[in-house]
Design a protein around this ligand. Structure first.
Ligand SMILES: Cc1ncc(COP(=O)(O)O)c(C=O)c1O
Length: 367
């Protein structure tokens, strides 16, 4: 145990600001998603950038996940170091540090790499061939987010070019259907975008197969798209991450119920001097400055009794507006905009059950 946090203490006595996860809600979310993937007949490979916790990874594996997804090579190294048997690096292995970590991690876990060009995997090909290993590669397809990924029209040519590189093996195709979240509060449009992403990806997989290549994995990934994209026949894997903790952005757009959000930041009111707001001890270093889907610039939404919104933040100061009679010293619990961003701001997760501290988990791979 560190500082003044001890197992069995009352959550109300925690030092603030502090990242708190409700273990019962977390376990329920993990079990529900495991059942959802099993019912669809797709593999579940949660994105680990949301929680960065070895304990959460183990809960996900115990609930049927086949492995994990990583965004950074620090996450890959942490997962491959005895936490997860199989890791998909959904990020181009560009730069010697990434190539080196992929090769190293492939000695202790199954490592699959995602990329959208031959240029992005050429150094990995050379290094894998020199090391005498074969690294599976999934081709990144742009199904509408326009971040990375080849457009479907040139996917066959890109797959052909990757497939002939030594030291690599073409494993499949993947996409991150972040355009589903961008549809906001419209459930019909979200569903349409998710299904469309799945259909585009499956069509690309079929075109690559028709060109003579084996395509084992057809992988979609997002929390707002997890009820739509993986329902398309031919999709083999889903990679949601945020689902484990939930956050205010998912609550706002209607993809997660408020009672299913496991994460909160606890803070204290430190000043009521300003006329228009109170000041709390959670600013952007506790909340992150991740944007709000509300569109009003807030960094957090209060869920404890006094209510209100953290309308903006300095580093260690949050500006709490609309709270009912805030008092200096009062504990304020906040639902963050974005779970992945807020976890990365903290080095530990305080685990609570019935408002009693039951665990303290390290947040790994924060760089
Ligand atoms: C490549 C990739 N896969 C999966 C996910 C998981 O999405 P979500 O956070 O909506 O669960 C993300 C999130 O950004 C991602 O970038």
């Amino acid at each position: 145990m560190s500082e003044s946090i001890v197992i069995g203490m009352d959550a109300a006595d925690l030092p603030t600001p502090v990242l708190v996860v409700n273990a019962g809600v977390l376990r329920r979310n993990i079990a529900e998603m495991g059942a959802h993937a099993a019912a669809l007949g797709v593999a579940l490979r949660p994105h680990w950038k949301t929680t960065k916790s070895a304990e959460v990874a183990r809960l996900q594996l115990n609930a049927g996940s086949v492995g994990h997804t990583a965004a950074t090579v620090a996450e890959l190294a942490a997962l491959a170091g005895g936490v997860s048997p199989s890791v998909f690096l959904a990020y181009p292995p560009v730069g010697r540090f990434r190539v080196g970590t992929v090769i190293e991690a492939s000695r202790t876990a199954k490592v699959i790499v995602g990329a959208d060009s031959v240029d992005a995997v050429r150094d990995l090909s050379d290094a894998a061939a020199a090391a005498g290993v074969v690294i599976p590669v999934r081709l990144d397809i742009d199904t509408g987010l326009h971040r990375t990924g080849v457009v479907p029209e040139v996917a066959v040519a890109a797959a052909r070019a990757v497939a002939i590189l030594p030291g690599l093996h073409l494993d499949g195709v993947w996409t991150h259907e972040g355009q589903v979240q961008a549809a906001g509060t419209d459930p019909v449009e979200r569903h349409r975008r998710g299904v469309r992403a799945g259909e585009v990806l499956v069509a690309v997989a079929e075109a690559i197969r028709a060109d003579g290549h084996e395509v084992r994995s057809v992988s979609v990934g997002s929390t707002p798209g997890v009820r739509s994209a993986p329902t398309v026949p031919g999709v083999t894997e889903a990679r949601p991450g945020t689902y484990a903790l939930g956050d205010e952005n998912q609550v706002h757009i209607g993809t997660i119920a408020p009672e299913d959000v496991a994460v909160s930041v606890h803070s204290r009111v430190i000043s009521t001097q300003p006329a228009d707001w109170a000041i709390i001890d959670a600013g952007i270093k506790a909340m992150s400055s991740d944007g709000s889907m509300h569109g009003d610039g807030r960094i957090g939404t209060v869920i404890s009794d006094g209510g209100g919104v953290v309308i903006t933040g300095h580093e260690e100061h949050g500006f709490l507006q609309g709270a009912d009679d805030p008092r200096v010293g009062e504990v304020v619990r906040i639902r963050p905009n974005h779970a992945c961003g807020v976890v990365n701001m903290h080095h530990r997760i305080v685990v609570v059950e019935d408002d009693v501290v039951t665990g303290l988990w390290s947040v790994l791979a924060r760089h």
